[in-house]
Design a protein around this ligand. Sequence first.
Ligand SMILES: [Zn+2]
Length: 479
Amino acid sequence: MQIQLHDSARRRKVEFTPIDPDNVRVYVCGPTVYDLAHLGNARPVVVFDVLTRYLRRVFPRVTYARNITDVDDKINARSRETGEPISAITARTAADFHADMAALNCLPPDHEPRATETIPEMIAIIERLIANDYAYVAEGHVLFAVSAFAEYGRLSGRDPEEMLAGARVEVAPYKRNPGDFVLWKPSDSETPGWDSPWGRGRPGWHIECSAMSWKFLGEEFDIHGGGQDLLFPHHENELAQSCCAFPGSHFAHFWMHNGMLRVNGEKMSKSLGNFLTVRDILAHGAWAGEAFRLVLLRTHYRSEIDHSQERLEEARAELDDFYALLARVPAGAPLDDLDEVKSLADWALEPLADDLNTPLALARLRDLRTLANIGAVGGSATVVLGRMGRAEAPSAAVAAAALREAAGVLGLLSADPVAWRHGGDGGVDDTAEIEAAIAARLAARKARNWAEADRIRDELTMRGVVLEDGAGGTTWRRS
Ligand SMILES: [Zn+2]
């Protein structure tokens, strides 16, 4: 399977060949930890979680690094505003971020370096840049001289001259060129700082990622990911720093950028009242984390998403259908059928090789659901089999096992299907109470007390519990 990925630097899809096929290396910019993650922050985490899960299925090893930016002027400002110590803000926010991303079923990266633990590497890169004449010291600051790097602007497709002409920000007097950016800046006694050859100070944001990717992935690695909003200046500057500090290096071979997320048709903003954190979504109930993940994956990662409550509910309804099927078809397939399960799962995942086409992979999961649902008879099965290029339908157990396996690569459908159907709102667990009422209804039916049985059913309906009487007994789910 030849994987094609869209490379932002070349502005087209390119065949993906790893530098080292035995170890694919991926770096993604992580959060600056001063506030709860909002929906836009969650998108790259989910997108690159799917990418790394998929690469792990194809290649023997993947090393995934995603940083935590825990030194930043936004964090310093938050501490001044609230009086909370910086270390408390960053520790709490990082823990919240981990909990939120786990609720979206994102796996932790292999390395999660903190900027404050990578200061020596930052200083080493800055020293190399000064020695190679790409950076200069001015009034306690170290600045990168953009005019020294001929390729500057190429990643984001910007013309340096135009960028400067359009710059309306007040330019610091110590900059030789208005586009020069900070590698290191002085810290007063109130601000976090580290000793350096240029006095006590702290790093600029861009140098942090150059240092952390270098430390954990080397001078060159395969894929650098992040949101579209990071392309300029952050990624342009990372690339300039790393290529100039390590002459001959290309830094990341592929640059992948996910599109932005809007809510109710508008850019999220606190003043518009459409600003949503991941916590706001999770508050809807135990189902909401996976449903939001599905919302994200229903759109191709490079396209913009317009999120709404309706989309979340639609995703929940789709998950309900999937879990209803999985609750009926027991997990596991006969050992003889494992090759068939794998080949069906490979078919469902094939669209991911085409620049991570998750909407098409989801359509194929629906096809597997159709085959598992009807035990492969009837008109819709014929249509699905035609799409697969197969003459014979797999058994329901095989189709369901392939569905589970392929969905796992998307980070979906890994909850217990019975618990999903019973789980509901994530509030008080009244499962035992509901099951006692169902047993009482069964006893009433056995005693031919139909009025009592109906009364219990109506009472359960009122509390949002749907009973389904079948050959194997009564099952239930929340409406
Ligand atoms: Zn970064």
